[in-house]
Design a protein around this ligand. Structure first.
Ligand code: GTP
Ligand code: MG
Length: 638
C-alpha cells in the first residue's frame, strides 16, 4: 500500500493525469468540472504492475487553494511534480516544489505532461523545446529533494508515456521501506462527509499505527470519543487499516459537525494536542521579506492549519535563506509530534515563507529568548545522536517511566534500545527502581544532571531536620515525602536509591543522613550523666517514665537515649538501663534453666524490686517470645 500526491502549477494537467492513470477523474465537484479546476483534494487509486495498491491524492494548483494542497500532501510516500510541456516551470511549480522540499517528501518524480502540444516532436520522440524545458526544470530542482528525480515525458490526453511513468514510479516506491507500525495510529482528517445509513465518515492518510474495526477512537483536539464502525481503503471494506494507507473511517458516536478537516483521529489518550511548540525554521530564500519576532503566521502541519505567533529564540530578525530556532504560540490546539514537518505562510498577501521540523511538541514553557542553554538543548534535539534525543526527552519529563521517555523521543524502537543502553551504561540516565530496563519497561529513570540536583535538595532537607532535631534518629518518611511534594511511587524510588547509594540510612519509618549520629552537647550530657546516676542507684526500681518525660530530663533526651540503646523501654511506664535489662534477662534465663518455672513474686524478690517492675518486665519478655505464661508460672519459650 502506497500513497503519492500530485503537485504543480494550475492547469498543468495534474487531474487529467490522475484520470489517465486510474480511470477516474478526481474532480468531483460541479464547480470543479465547470471551471476545469481542482478546488478540493481529489483521490484515485490503481494497482501497480507488481500488485501493490497505490492511492493518489490530487491537489489543486491554484494559489488560493494552497491550504487544501497542504492538507493532502502530508504523509505521502512520493510526489509527482506535474509540469505542462507548453508552459514549463511557473510560479506555483516553484511554490509547490519549495513545499515538497520543506516537507522533505522522500522521493519523487517529475512529469512533463501535455507533450502532445509541443510542435517540434521528431518521429523518434526527440524535441529541442522539451530539452530546453527539461534543462530549465533541472535548474529549478537543483538543491531540493527533487534534485535527482527522473523526468518523464507524457501526454495524458494521448495516453503516451504512461507505461514507463508507472514502471519508474513502481521502482521508486519499491526502494522505500514500508511504513512502520508504532502502535500509535493517527489519521489527520482531510475530508469529512456523511453516508446515508452509515453516518460520519472521515478520510486521511493513516500513519504511525493501524486502526481496527471496533476500536474506540478520540477526535482531537476536542477529545470527543467514538467507535470505528467500518474501515475502507480504496472503497474496499477492511477489518484493519495499515499505516501509510488512504483510509476512510466510519465513526459512530460522532456527528458531522463534531469533526472537521485538520482534526486527528487516534486511540484515546495517546496524543495530547499542543498550543505551543519548538521548531527549526528555514525562511525560503525566495521569500519577499525577512521575518521578525512576534510576526503572525499561518501554521500548517499534517492536515491542520491555524494562526500562530512566531517567536524568534536566538535572533531579532531572520533574512531570506536563513534558519533559526523558533517557538510558535498557536491560536488553536493541534496534534503534532517531534519530527513532523510543517509549513509557515504569511496570512496576507498569501506567501509560503518556509518551514522545517517540529523539535519539541510539548516544550517546558515559554522560552526566554537568547538563552544559550535552551538553544543548545534544541540543537541536540535536532542534530543529536539518538542518545542525545532520548536524553533530552528524559530531561523534559524529569522523572518518568522509560516507555514514556521513548514515546516522547519518537525514536525508532531499535535506535531507542541502543540509545537507552548507552545512556544507562555511561550513567547519563539513572534507574531509580530495580528491574530490567527495556524500551517498553515502566521503570522510573532520571537524567543524571537532574538526579544530582534532586538528590542534593533531598539531602539538604534531611540535614536541616537533623540540625533542628539533633537528638532524633532521623526524619519520618511521611514528613520528608510531604516536604518534597512527591508521589508515593517517585518518593519511594528516590529514597530507595539514596539508601542503596548509602547517602541515607534506613531506619524503617525514618531516614537519616549516612553520617548522622545522635550527639549531646555539654549541657545535655550533664543531664544525661545525672540521669544515668539515678538509674545506677536503683537499677531495678528506676525512675518512672512519666516523671522523666515531664521532669528536667525531657522528652528529647529520653528518646535519644532510647535511640542509642542506652535505655530500654519495656512498657509505657517502665524503662531500665540497657545493661540492667540485659542482666535481669540473663538472671531469669539461668533460673528458668535450673528450675523450669518462675513466678512474678520470685522475679520481684530476685531483684529486690516491686511488683510493678517485675510485671512490666515479664509481660515484655512474654511479648518478645522469651518466656511463656502458664497461670502463675512462666517457662522459657521453645
Ligand atoms: N493537450 C493536452 N491537454 C491536456 C493534457 N492534460 C491536461 N490537459 C488539459 O489541460 C487542462 C487542465 O487540466 P487539469 O488536469 O484540470 O489541470 P490541473 O493541473 O489538474 O489543474 P488544477 O487542478 O486547477 O491545478 C484541461 O483542459 C485538460 O484537458 C494533455 O496531456 N494534453
Ligand atoms: Mg486538478
Amino acid at each position: 500500500m502506497r500513497v503519492i500526491g500530485t503537485s504543480g502549477h494550475i492547469d498543468h494537467g495534474k487531474s487529467t493525469l490522475v484520470a489517465a492513470l486510474t480511470g477516474t477523474h478526481p474532480d468531483r465537484l460541479k464547480e470543479e468540472q465547470l471551471r476545469e479546476m481542482t478546488i478540493e483534494l481529489g483521490f484515485g487509486w490503481m494497482t501497480l504492475p507488481n500488485g501493490e495498491e497505490l492511492g493518489i491524492v490530487d491537489v489543486p494548483g491554484h494559489r488560493d487553494f494552497i491550504g487544501n494542497m497542504l492538507s493532502g500532501i502530508g504523509g505521502i510516500d512520493a510526489a509527482m511534480l506535474v509540469i505542462a510541456a507548453d508552459e514549463g516551470v511557473m510560479p506555483q511549480t516553484r511554490e509547490h516544489l519549495a513545499i515538497l522540499d520543506l516537507l522533505e517528501i522522500p522521493a519523487g518524480l517529475i512529469v512533463l505532461t501535455k507533450t502532445d502540444l509541443t510542435p517540434d516532436i521528431t518521429p523518434t520522440g526527440g524535441s529541442a523545446w522539451l530539452d530546453l524545458v527539461e534543462s530549465d526544470i533541472r535548474l529549478s530542482i537543483a538543491g531540493t529533494v527533487m534534485q535527482d528525480a527522473p523526468i518523464l515525458r507524457v501526454s495524458a490526453k494521448n495516453k503516451t508515456g504512461l507505461e514507463s511513468l508507472i514502471s519508474v514510479l513502481q521502482s521508486i516506491l519499491e526502494q522505500k521501506p514500508a511504513r512502520s507500525d508504532l502502535h500509535r495510529p493517527r489519521l489527520p482528517v482531510d475530508r469529512v462527509f456523511t453516508m446515508s445509513g452509515f453516518g460520519t465518515v472521515v478520510t486521511g492518510t493513516l500513519s504511525d499505527g493501524h486502526l481496527s474495526v471496533g476500536d474506540e477512537v478520540e477526535v482531537l483536539p476536542a477529545g470527543l470519543k467514538g467507535r470505528i464502525r467500518g474501515l475502507q481503503t480504496h472503497k474496499k471494506k477492511e477489518e484493519i487499516a495499515i499505516p501509510g494507507s488512504r483510509t476512510a473511517v466510519n465513526i459512530s458516536g460522532i456527528t458531522l459537525e463534531e469533526v472537521r478537516r485538520g482534526d486527528v483521529i487516534a486511540h484515546p489518550d495517546q496524543y495530547q494536542p499542543t498550543r505551543r511548540l519548538d521548531a527549526r525554521f528555514r525562511l525560503l530564500k525566495e521569500s519577499s521579506s525577512s521575518i521578525k519576532h512576534g510576526d503572525e503566521v499561518k501554521f500548517f502541519v499534517s492536515a491542520s492549519e491555524t494562526i500562530a505567533t512566531l517567536r524568534l529564540l536566538g535572533t531579532e530578525e531572520l533574512n531570506p535563506g536563513e534558519e533559526a530556532w523558533i517557538q510558535l504560540e498557536l491560536r488553536e490546539p493541534v496534534v503534532t509530534v517531534r519530527g513532523d514537518r510543517y509549513i509557515l505562510r504569511r496570512p496576507s498577501p498569501g506567501e509560503t515563507l518556509g518551514g522545517g521540523m517540529v523539535a519539541d511538541h510539548h516544550p517546558r514553557g515559554r522560552h526566554r529568548r537568547f538563552d544559550e542553554e535552551i538553544l543548545n538543548s534544541l540543537d541536540s534535539l535536532a542534530h543529536g545522536t539518538p542518545a542525545d534525543v532520548l536524553l533530552e526527552a528524559a530531561m523534559a519529563l524529569n522523572i518518568a517511566p522509560i516507555n514514556e521517555i521513548v514515546t516522547r523521543s519518537r525514536l525508532e524502537p531499535a535506535k531507542a534500545a541502543a540509545a537507552l543502553e548507552e545512556l544507562l551504561n555511561n550513567n547519563s540516565l539513572i534507574a531509580l527502581e530495580e528491574g530490567t530496563p527495556g524500551i517498553t519497561s515502566e521503570l522510573l529513570v532520571i537524567a543524571a544532571s537532574h538526579w544530582m540536583t534532586g538528590r542534593d535538595k533531598i539531602l539538604r532537607v534531611v540535614e536541616t531536620y537533623h540540625n533542628t532535631y539533633p537528638l532524633r534518629r532521623g526524619i519520618p518518611r511521611e514528613e520528608l515525602k510531604s516536604k518534597l511534594k512527591l508521589s508515593p511511587r517517585v518518593f519511594n524510588a528516590i529514597v530507595h536509591k539514596l539508601i542503596t547509594d548509602t547517602a541515607l540510612k534506613d531506619h524503617s519509618a525514618f531516614v537519616a543522613q549516612a553520617e548522622h549520629e545522635i550527639a549531646f552537647n555539654s549541657g545535655e550530657q550533664a543531664r544525661v550523666d545525672e540521669l544515668m546516676r539515678r538509674f545506677e542507684q536503683n537499677p531495678f526500681s528506676p525512675p518512672g517514665v512519666k516523671e522523666l518525660r515531664h521532669g528536667e530530663v525531657g522528652e528529647e533526651i529520653l528518646n535519644a537515649l532510647l535511640e542509642v540503646n542506652e535505655l530500654k523501654m519495656v512498657s509505657p511506664d517502665v524503662i531500665f538501663r540497657k545493661v540492667d535489662y540485659d542482666f535481669m534477662v540473663s538472671q531469669i534465663r539461668t533460673r528458668l534453666i535450673e528450675n523450669g518455672t518462675i513466678t512474678l513474686a520470685q522475679v520481684r524478690d530476685l531483684f529486690n524490686t516491686s511488683r510493678k517492675y517485675a510485671q512490666a518486665l515479664m509481660e515484655h519478655l512474654d511479648a518478645n517470645g522469651i518466656t511463656t505464661r502458664e497461670g502463675d508460672f512462666r517457662k522459657l519459650s521453645k
